[in-house]
Design a protein around this ligand. Structure first.
Ligand code: MLT
Length: 338
């Protein structure tokens, strides 16, 4: 069996390393000598709206160090879980617009306005955009002991065991919740959802056969799929992935679910333009970092091109996505009332 853990340090399994990495350094300090003076002159916090060790955490920790080096500053990564990412977004929206509190968030930024009737922030009005980071495909995966081996068998099995089959997600507003909603819409089946603070801990339970299946980002599933630790039923992209050549597309297996999880950085509205520019320049530099690009590409999620790592491209995508998901979510009738 390929030593799938060669990618990262130590010989502990990926999920153990993720948990150890996340738990031990939940507020990991990436130190780069701070030379005081102009921005930054104190540590910058990047807030991750999901649990440590998961896909959004992984992407954030990958870019944090090269960004800190570019800014000649210090970046800490802080996980603020809850309500599918809306707790963290609300915290950053009301933070000081001084460039020291940054949010990493994903497609959930565009679903939350429709999912939550009383959202504490407006994704378009209460934030400045820094730039897009990556667009991550999703995969449907099953626990090692879960009976179905193909998408067709999965759909039949769920249909025949609706009351007992469990689907893991990272809460209302998460990408895994959205993918589950699209699965229900495409199959007409009503899933029994088990919410977690992130798909990092959900993957641990899936590997431990505590939950049956989920739809999650390739940044969190590639290693375990390549090693045959989990069953893979389909990838949500129009074309198969080079990194997962044996995993069919959802279209190929007859499931009308296509979604990629775009990620971007945000700061509170009214943050000075020169700080937005400095953070954007640091992001662009980090995405051009060879190690970052290789790591993300190996996980099926290459960095976006520089022309998309811009505030304008991010704002345009966010606007479009809010309108794309609104009718689908409203149709599904899953709005969270206050
Ligand atoms: C995570 O980092 O846990 C994910 O992005 C959760 C999700 O949105 O499904």
């Amino acid at each position: 069996m390929r030593d799938r853990y060669a990618r990262q340090s130590g010989d502990a399994p990926a999920h153990v390393r993720r948990r150890r990495f996340g738990a031990a350094v939940a507020v990991a300090l990436i130190l780069v000598a701070c030379q005081g003076g102009a921005y930054p002159d104190q540590e910058i916090t990047i807030v991750v709206p999901f649990a440590a060790g998961g896909p959004t955490d992984l992407v954030t920790r990958l870019i944090a160090e090269p960004m800190a080096a570019e800014l000649d500053g210090e970046i800490v990564v802080q996980n603020v879980e809850g309500a599918g990412g809306t707790v963290a977004a609300g915290q950053v929206a009301s933070a000081e617009p001084d460039g020291y509190t940054v949010l990493m968030h994903h497609i959930g930024m565009s679903t939350a306005p429709t999912l939550y009737s009383d959202l504490a922030y407006d994704p378009l009005e209460d934030f400045e955009m820094i730039g897009l980071v990556t667009e991550v495909p999703m995969t449907f995966v099953g626990s090692p002991e879960f009976e179905p081996n193909t998408m067709e068998e999965l759909i039949t099995y769920v249909e025949e065991n609706l009351d007992t089959v469990t689907y893991a997600n990272a809460g209302t507003g998460s990408a895994s919740q959205l993918c589950g909603l699209l699965f229900e819409r495409a199959t007409g089946l009503d899933l029994t959802e088990v919410p977690y603070e992130g798909t990092g801990p959900a993957m641990d339970d899936l590997l431990g056969n505590q939950v049956d299946f989920m739809c999650d980002q390739t940044t969190n599933t590639t290693d375990d799929i390549q090693a045959g630790e989990v069953k893979a039923y389909g990838v949500t992209t129009p074309e198969p992935l080079d990194t997962l050549p044996d995993v069919p597309t959802t279209e190929e297996v007859g499931l009308d679910v296509q979604v990629t999880v775009w990620h971007g950085l945000y700061v509170p509205a009214e943050t000075p333009q020169e700080i937005v520019d400095a953070l954007n320049a640091a992001l662009v530099a980090a995405l051009q970092d060879e190690e970052v690009a290789t790591e993300l590409t190996d996980l099926g999620a290459p960095p976006v091109s520089s022309d998309r790592a811009t505030p304008d491209a991010q704002r345009a995508l966010l606007e479009e996505q809010i309108e794309t998901w609104r009718p689908i979510i409203e149709d599904a009738g899953v709005t969270v009332e206050d």
